[in-house]
Design a protein around this ligand. Structure first.
Ligand SMILES: Cc1cc2nc3c(=O)[nH]c(=O)nc-3n(C[C@H](O)[C@H](O)[C@H](O)COP(=O)(O)OP(=O)(O)OC[C@H]3O[C@@H](n4cnc5c(N)ncnc54)[C@H](O)[C@@H]3O)c2cc1C
Length: 539
C-alpha cells in the first residue's frame, strides 16, 4: 500500500494528509510540536474567495497576479482562485463558522491590494478555527490508521539517490536519537524561514532549515528575494506581533504627526483606499515617514472593535498596555511572509523526484508579493494538489541501501559534541539574523547585499570547521551550515535581481525591468549558488 511521509503538520500538511486519506493513501505526519501549535493557528485576518456578488474568479486572479508583480503563472493562479469558493464550502462543511452579515451571507472584508471585499473570516481566529476543523477530520482518519501522527521529531535530511527521494532521516531531540522513515513520496510542509531573520511575526518553529538542507542536498529554490514585510506590527521582547490588516480593512487609518497636525499620508498619496494599498507599498511608506507612524482604530467605536477586532484590542492591551478604543497604536513594518521557497512544478513536485513541497515553504502562487488572505487558501489548495499528483505515482517497490549514509549522520550527531571554533552556533545564528534584517530590509542596495554576502561567506568558512557546540542542542549545530547556505542563496538572489518589483525594492535600481520579468531559481552546485530565470512553474 502506498505510504507518504509528510514533514510539518500545519495547515498545508494536514490538508495534504486528509486529501490522501480520502483517496485511501496512508500517511505519516511528522512535526516537533502538535498541529495546534503550528503557525497556521496564528492567522487572524481571513481567507480569500471570490464569493461576493460583485466579484469573480477572474478578478481574484487578476488582483493576485498584479500584486505578485506579474511573475506568477496565470494558469496556476487561476487554478487557485477557481478552487477558492469550493474550499470555503468544504471548510463550512467540516464545521468552520465564518462570520456572517445580517442577511446571513458570509461576511467579506478587504485586504490590501484587493479590488473587492473577498476575505472570509471566522471572528478574529480564522486560522485557529480552520485548523481545529482539519484536526478533527485528521483524528477520524487516525482512528482508522490511515493517518499516523508522530510528534517530537524534526527533519534531519532527505534520503536521496539519483535525484529521487525515498524517505527522510528524522531526529528526536529529547531522546537524542534518529529515526528513519521510508516512503513512496515525501511532502515538505514546514512553513517559512522566519527564524533566519530573528524577530518576525511568524512562529519560532519555522526557521527554514528544511528548505535549507534540501537546497544543500540538491533541490532548487525559487524567488527567494521576495520577502513580505507586514506594515503594521508591534514590538515585544520575543517577536513582532501582527496587527491584522483587517484593522485597516475595517477602516483603520495610518498617520504620523507633523507638529500637532496628523498627516494621513497613505490617503494623501493614494486616495480613499490608501490605507489598503498592497503591503510592500504601505511598508515602504511607513519606512519613509519622517516620524513614528500610528494606526488609529479608536473612532470605529468599542462595539465594532469588540466584535470584529477583538484580537487587536487584546494584543495591544497585553503587549503594549494600550487601550485601542482610546489611543492610537505605534506600528512598525516587520518580516512576515516568504514568497520564495522550494521551487515546485504545478503539481507541487520539487526538482527532486518523489519529493513535494506545499504551503509557505513552496514558491508558486504569490510571485513577487502575496495578497493578504491568499496564503491560507494556497496552503489548503497546494496540499490537495500534491495529494492528487501523489495518487498517480507508482509505489516504490524497494529502496536503495542508505545504511552507510545514516550511520555517518548518526556518528556525527552522537560523537561530535565539542566545538573547534571560538564562536558558538547560537552566536552565529544571532549575527546572521541581524545581518539579514540589515541587508534585506524594505529597501536594498548592491553595497549592502555585497557586505552581507561577505559576512555570510566568513561564517560559512567557520561553520565548515565547526562541529557541534557542547553547550547547545545538536539541532542548532547541524542546522547551522545549511541555514548559512540559505542565507547566502537569499542574498545572492536579491543581488542578481537588478530591478524593483513587488516586495523587492532596490534603491539603486528603482524601476521594473522586462529583463527580470521572470521567477528566479537558485541552485547549489559545485559549491556555487547559480541563479537562472524561468517562466512560472518551469524548473
Ligand atoms: C501572525 C500571522 C498572521 C497571518 N494571518 C494570515 C491571514 O489572516 N490570512 C492568510 O491567508 N495568511 C495569514 N498568515 C500566513 C499563513 O498563516 C501561513 O502562510 C500559513 O498558515 C502557512 O501554513 P503552512 O502549513 O505552510 O505552515 P505552518 O502552519 O507554519 O506549519 C509548519 C509545520 O512544520 C513544522 N516544522 C517546522 N520545521 C520543522 C522541522 N525542521 N522538522 C519537522 N517539522 C517542522 C512545524 O512544527 C509546523 O507543524 C499569517 C501569518 C502570520 C505569521
Amino acid at each position: 500500500m502506498k505510504h507518504v511521509l509528510i514533514i510539518g503538520s500545519g495547515l498545508s500538511g494536514l490538508s495534504c494528509a486528509i486529501e490522501l486519506a480520502e483517496k485511501g493513501i496512508h500517511s505519516t505526519l511528522v512535526s516537533p510540536y502538535s498541529s495546534e501549535r503550528a503557525q497556521s493557528v496564528m492567522a487572524a485576518g481571513g481567507i480569500n474567495a471570490a464569493i461576493g456578488a460583485d466579484d469573480s474568479v477572474n478578478q481574484h486572479a487578476e488582483d493576485t497576479l498584479k500584486s505578485g508583480g506579474s511573475i506568477a503563472g496565470k494558469e496556476v493562479v487561476t487554478g487557485l482562485c477557481s478552487a477558492a469558493p469550493e474550499i470555503i464550502r468544504q471548510l463550512e462543511g467540516i464545521g468552520v463558522v465564518f462570520s456572517r452579515n445580517e442577511d446571513g451571507k458570509v461576511a467579506l472584508r478587504a485586504f490590501g491590494g484587493q479590488s473587492r471585499n473577498r476575505t472570509a473570516y471566522a471572528g478574529a481566529s480564522t486560522g485557529k478555527q480552520i485548523m481545529s476543523a482539519l484536526i478533527r477530520v485528521a483524528r477520524k482518519y487516525e482512528c482508522q490508521n490511515i493517518i499516523n501522527r508522530l510528534l517530537g521529531l524534526q527533519f534531519h535530511s532527505a534520503l536521496i539517490k539519483d535525484n529521487k527521494c525515498y524517505g527522510a532521516l528524522l531526529y528526536n531531540e529529547k531522546e537524542r536519537k534518529t529515526e528513519t522513515i521510508y516512503a513512496d513520496a515525501v511532502v515538505i510542509a514546514t512553513g517559512g524561514q522566519n527564524v533566519l531573520f530573528g524577530k518576525t511575526t511568524g512562529s519560532m518553529q519555522c526557521d527554514g532549515y528544511v528548505a535549507a538542507k534540501l537546497y544543500e542536498q540538491g533541490a532548487c529554490l525559487k524567488n527567494l528575494e521576495f520577502i513580505q514585510y507586514h506594515p503594521t506590527t508591534i514590538e515585544t521582547p520575543q517577536k513582532r506581533m501582527l496587527i491584522t490588516e483587517a484593522a485597516r480593512g475595517e477602516g483603520g487609518r495610518l498617520y504620523y504627526m507633523d507638529g500637532k497636525r496628523r498627516v494621513y499620508f497613505m490617503e494623501e498619496k493614494y486616495g480613499e483606499r490608501g490605507n489598503l494599498m498592497p503591503r510592500d507599498i504601505v511598508s515602504k511608506c511607513i519606512y519613509d515617514a519622517p516620524s513614528q507612524v500610528y494606526l488609529d482604530i479608536s473612532f470605529l467605536g468599542k462595539k465594532l472593535i469588540e466584535s470584529r477586532l477583538f484580537e487587536v484590542s487584546e494584543l495591544c492591551r497585553k503587549y503594549a498596555v494600550l487601550d485601542v478604543t482610546k489611543e492610537s497604536i505605534p506600528v512598525y513594518p516587520s518580516v512576515h511572509f516568504f514568497m520564495g521557497g522550494l521551487a515546485v512544478r504545478r503539481d507541487h513536485k520539487t526538482s527532486i523526484d518523489n519529493l513535494y513541497a506545499v504551503g509557505e515553504c513552496a514558491s508558486m502562487y504569490h510571485g513577487a508579493n502575496r495578497l493578504g488572505g491568499n496564503s491560507l487558501l494556497s496552503a489548503i489548495y497546494s496540499g490537495q494538489i500534491a495529494a492528487k499528483a501523489i495518487n498517480e505515482l507508482a509505489e516504490n517497490k524497494e529502496h536503495p541501501d542508505f545504511n552507510e549514509y545514516i550511520s555517518a549522520q548518526e556518528g556525527m550527531l552522537n560523537g561530535q559534541l565539542s566545538s573547534q571554533s571560538n564562536f558558538s552556533a547560537v552566536y552565529i545564528r544571532y549575527e546572521i539574523a541581524k545581518l539579514m534584517n540589515d541587508c534585506l530590509g524594505i529597501t536594498r542596495t548592491e553595497e549592502k547585499l555585497l557586505e552581507g554576502i561577505q559576512s555570510v561567506d566568513y561564517y560559512l568558512a567557520i561553520s565548515e570547521k565547526l562541529t557541534y557546540d557542547s553547550d547547545v542542542s545538536p539541532y542548532i549545530g547541524y542546522s547551522l551550515h545549511p541555514m548559512l547556505l540559505l542565507a547566502r542563496a537569499i542574498l545572492t538572489s536579491a543581488l542578481a535581481r537588478k530591478e524593483t518589483r513587488g516586495a523587492h525594492i532596490r534603491n539603486d535600481y528603482p524601476e521594473r525591468s522586462n529583463e527580470f520579468a521572470f521567477c528566479s531559481v537558485c541552485k547549489y552546485q559545485n559549491r556555487e549558488h547559480r541563479i537562472s530565470y524561468v517562466k512560472e512553474d518551469e524548473l
